[in-house]
Ligand binder design. Structure first.
Ligand code: ATP
Ligand code: MG
Length: 265
């Protein structure tokens, strides 16, 4: 049997789906290292399907949401980035880089939580340059949530005013909002409970979103408070999700016109 390393080497850079296949490899590697749960592979598959529908690129509506999200993060007093097993495996460098640049702490928060996996993820993020990662110490519980994602740190998610949660669960997203927090989610599925419940939903692949946020942060840091507030206040999540669904519908219709389907790349 070929080793996995050998299999990875067999994906040529020229492969038309190289980027997507390499992303998938990162998730598999995450599972092998004990960072990502097996269920994380299913979540990745669901995400890939929606990524196809938007054309595996950042659409305008997603960039609009990302801009509002960065404004909200700059305005926040106690922002936190929630990290799970998929995001830690997919882009630890980008997460750490953005967290350090924007001065936003990272907190490991898992649905399939084991203390061993939390420690592994923290170690993995530290190997990629993180200075302090919250989550090992979970001294506060989010009320009315019966699963492991309720376990949070008093220094992090529990007391945060704005939480960036890539790949969130709909019920926790709803609970965080009920607690008065502003929730920014990254979810390729525009009709998930998460997307519908969040304050700002970014319908895009998290591997594209965090670098986009990092670039926008540089650009937007110089904006005044009223300018940032205007970006946040003028953002309407339900309206933006509707536009995303319209975009997908239009794109599907265009692909369906004879001949166009084969031009798809
Ligand atoms: P709901 O939000 O409706 O409660 P869920 O959270 O239970 O659903 P899961 O399958 O557990 O659903 O969550 C995974 C979600 O994360 C999917 O909606 C999927 O589209 C999204 N997702 C997976 N990988 C990525 C990725 N790389 N970038 C952005 N979103 C992703
Ligand atoms: Mg979800």
């Amino acid at each position: 049997m070929l080793s996995r390393e050998h299999l990875v080497c067999k994906i040529p850079v020229t492969h038309p789906r190289y980027a997507s296949l390499m992303t998938r490899e990162r998730i598999v590697e995450g599972v092998e290292k004990g960072i990502t749960s097996l269920n994380g592979m299913i979540a990745q598959g669901r995400g890939e399907a929606f990524d196809y529908l938007i054309g595996e690129r950042t659409i305008d509506d997603a960039m609009y949401a990302t801009r509002a999200a960065v404004a909200l993060l700059i305005l926040a007093e106690r922002p936190v980035i929630s990290v799970n097993g998929n995001t830690a495996a997919l882009m630890p460098e980008d997460m750490v880089k953005f967290s350090r640049k924007a001065g936003i702490p990272l907190e490991v928060n898992l649905f399939y939580r084991t203390e061993k996996r939390v420690r592994k993820i923290i170690g993995h993020l530290e190997e990629h340059g993180a200075v302090e990662v919250l989550g090992a110490e979970h001294n506060c519980m989010i009320p009315c949530l019966d699963h492991e994602r309720a376990k949070t740190s008093s220094k992090g998610i529990f007391s945060a005013d704005v939480v960036l949660v890539p790949l969130e669960d709909g019920d926790r997203c709803e609970t965080l909002v009920k607690m008065g927090k502003k929730v920014i989610c990254v979810d390729l599925n525009p009709i998930s409970r998460t997307s519908r419940m969040a304050t700002i939903s970014i319908v895009d692949n998290v591997v594209r979103v965090i670098p986009n946020m990092s670039n926008l942060y540089d650009e937007m840091c110089g904006l005044s408070r009223p300018e940032l507030e205007k970006l946040v206040e003028s953002f309407d999540n339900q309206d933006n999700l509707k536009k995303t669904l319209l975009y997908i519908g239009k794109r599907m219709n265009e692909l369906n016109i004879e001949g166009n389907f084969m031009d798809y790349s």
